[in-house]
Design a protein around this ligand. Structure first.
Ligand code: ADP
Length: 422
C-alpha cells in the first residue's frame, strides 16, 4: 500500500535570511513536510520548488492567491507566520485555503498598535490612555497639553524600536523629533501610511511580564509566563532578562492571564501562538501589547515542554513542535513547561559602533547552569543602540532549580563577555 502523503506546513518568514533552524528541526522530528515562504526570492527556490516559495507579503490577499496556486500541486495542511507581518499574511492564507488560523481582521488588529489600543479600550481591557497624532501636528502645542510621564511609539515597528518615554514637554519635543527621524528613514517610510503617525500614551509603572501562549478555539493555553527582573522604566525599552516560572503570586498570575485572555477575545484571535507584554501594579494587570506570533526567533529555545500524551516518550518538545502540531491538527502534548526554571538574556547593545571582537565566550559558557551563549552579531556589523536599533548582539540561556539561580547565572555569564567596538 502506498504511504499516505506527509502533511505540509507553510512557514512564513520575513526574509529568506531569517534563521528557521528551530522550525526545520521540529518539522524533521515530527516527520512533516515544510515549505518556507518569504518575501524575497531565494536563490535555492528553483532547485527546491516544493520547499521554498516567494509571496508578496505587502499584499496579503495576493499572497493568499499565490499560496492557493502553490497548494494546487503541493497541498498545504497548515500555515504559520513568525513575525507580525507574516501573521497577517498567514491569516489571509488560512482564510483562503480554509486552514486553522485567525481572521485577517484579528491579525491586523494585533499588528497595529493604534487599532489594537482602540479595540482593547472599546471592550474594557485595561490599557493606558492613548492618542494618535500626525507627524505634521504642532508638536510644542501637543507637548504642552500631554500628561506625563508618557510614551511615544510608532504604530507598527517591533522589538521596542522607536519606543521612547518622555517626562516633560521638552522631553516630549525631543522624543517626537527622534521618532520622526526613524519613521522618515526611506525603508521605514515606504512601509505605508502608518509611518506618518505617532501613538502617545500614559506611561504605566510597575514590573513587566511576558506571556507566551497558544490560542485554541479562542482560549489561551499558557506556555510560559516570564518575569523581567530588570526594571523597564525607559527612556528606551531594550529587553534584557526573561525568567520563568514567574515569581508573582498565584492570584496575580491568574489576573495577568485573565487580562491576556480578555485581550485575545477583544481582538477576536482564535487559533495560534501569541506573545503578550503586560505590566502589573496596584491597579492590577495592564495590557501593553499583544502579538499574534510566537516569542522572537532565538528566545524560543528557553521554552521546553514535557512531551506527555501525543508527544514522544520522555523527550522534551520545543515551542516550534507545538506550533506545528497545532497548525496541522496533530495531537498536542499536555502543554506543560518542563519543571526546571529557565531564563534568557537578550544581551544589551554595548554601544554604537562596528563590532570588532567578542571575548570571553568560552568563559561565559563555562558558568554553571549556563546552557548556551549565542552571538548573533557578526564581526564587522554595525551595532545600533535603542531606540533606533532593534537587534540584540546575542543571547545567553540558562536552566536551573530556581529562577534566582538562573538569573544569577545569566548575569555572571554576561560579566564574562567583552565586546570590542571600533
Ligand atoms: P514593540 O512592539 O516594538 O515591542 P511595545 O508597544 O510592546 O512595542 O513597547 C515596547 C516596550 O516599551 C514594552 O515592552 C514596555 O516595556 C514599554 N512600553 C510601551 N508602552 C508603554 C506604556 N504605555 N507604559 C509603560 N511602558 C511601556
Amino acid at each position: 500500500m502506498p504511504c499516505p502523503p506527509k502533511p505540509r506546513l507553510l512557514l512564513l518568514l520575513p526574509t529568506a535570511t531569517y534563521r528557521a533552524t528551530a522550525f526545520v528541526e521540529a518539522a524533521r522530528r515530527l516527520d512533516v513536510e515544510l515549505t518556507v515562504a518569504s518575501e524575497l526570492p531565494s536563490t535555492f527556490e528553483q532547485a527546491q520548488p516544493d520547499r521554498l516559495l516567494t509571496l508578496d507579503f505587502s499584499d496579503p490577499e495576493r499572497a493568499a492567491q499565490q499560496a492557493y496556486q502553490f497548494a494546487r500541486t503541493h497541498p498545504i495542511a497548515g500555515v504559520t507566520g513568525v513575525d507580525d507581518t507574516a501573521a497577517v499574511v498567514a491569516a489571509a492564507i488560512a482564510e483562503r485555503l480554509g486552514l486553522k488560523g485567525n481572521s485577517v481582521s484579528a491579525a491586523l488588529a494585533a499588528r497595529d498598535k493604534h487599532i489594537q489600543r482602540s479595540e482593547l479600550a472599546r471592550r474594557g481591557v485595561p490599557v493606558p490612555r492613548f492618542e494618535r497624532h500626525g507627524l505634521d501636528e504642532d508638536v510644542p502645542e501637543l507637548a504642552a497639553r500631554t500628561r506625563y510621564p508618557c510614551v511615544l511609539k510608532p504604530l507598527r515597528l517591533s522589538a521596542s524600536r522607536g519606543v521612547i518615554r518622555a517626562d516633560d514637554p521638552s522631553g516630549f519635543v525631543a522624543a517626537f523629533a527622534r521618532l520622526q527621524q526613524i519613521l522618515e528613514q526611506p525603508e521605514v517610510a515606504a512601509c505605508g501610511a502608518w509611518t506618518r503617525y505617532v501613538l502617545v500614551e500614559d506611561f504605566v509603572p510597575g514590573p513587566e511580564v511576558a506571556l507566551e501562549g497558544l490560542v485554541i478555539e479562542g482560549r489561551i493555553h499558557v506556555l510560559g509566563l516570564f518575569d523581567k527582573p530588570d526594571p523597564l522604566d525607559g527612556p528606551f525599552f531594550e529587553e534584557t532578562i526573561y525568567l520563568t516560572p514567574s515569581r508573582f503570586s498565584e492570584p496575580a498570575r491568574q489576573d495577568i492571564v485573565g487580562c491576556g485572555q480578555a485581550a485575545v477575545a477583544a481582538l477576536g484571535l482564535w487559533e495560534g501562538p501569541i506573545h503578550a507584554e503586560l505590566r502589573y501594579n496596584a491597579t492590577g494587570p495592564w495590557l501593553i501589547e499583544l502579538a499574534a506570533r510566537p516569542i522572537g526567533g532565538r528566545c524560543s529555545a528557553v521554552l521546553r515542554f514535557t512531551a506527555g500524551e501525543g508527544g514522544r516518550g520522555n523527550a522534551l518538545a520545543s515551542l516550534e513542535e507545538l506550533i506545528i502540531r497545532h497548525a496541522l491538527g496533530m495531537p498536542l502534548p499536555a502543554l506543560e513547561r518542563e519543571e526546571r526554571a529557565a531564563g534568557v538574556m537578550m544581551i544589551p547593545v554595548p554601544g554604537a559602533g562596528v563590532l570588532r571582537d567578542v571575548r570571553g565566550i568560552a568563559e561565559a559558557r563555562a558558568v554553571p547552569l549556563v546552557e548556551d551563549v549565542v552571538i548573533t552579531a557578526h564581526l564587522g556589523q554595525a551595532l545600533v543602540p535603542w531606540p533606533e536599533g532593534s537587534r540584540y548582539p546575542g543571547f545567553i540561556f540558562a536552566r536551573g532549580e530556581t529562577p534566582e539561580a538562573v538569573e544569577a547565572a545569566l548575569r555572571a555569564a554576561h560579566r564574562r563577555l567583552a565586546f570590542v567596538i571600533g
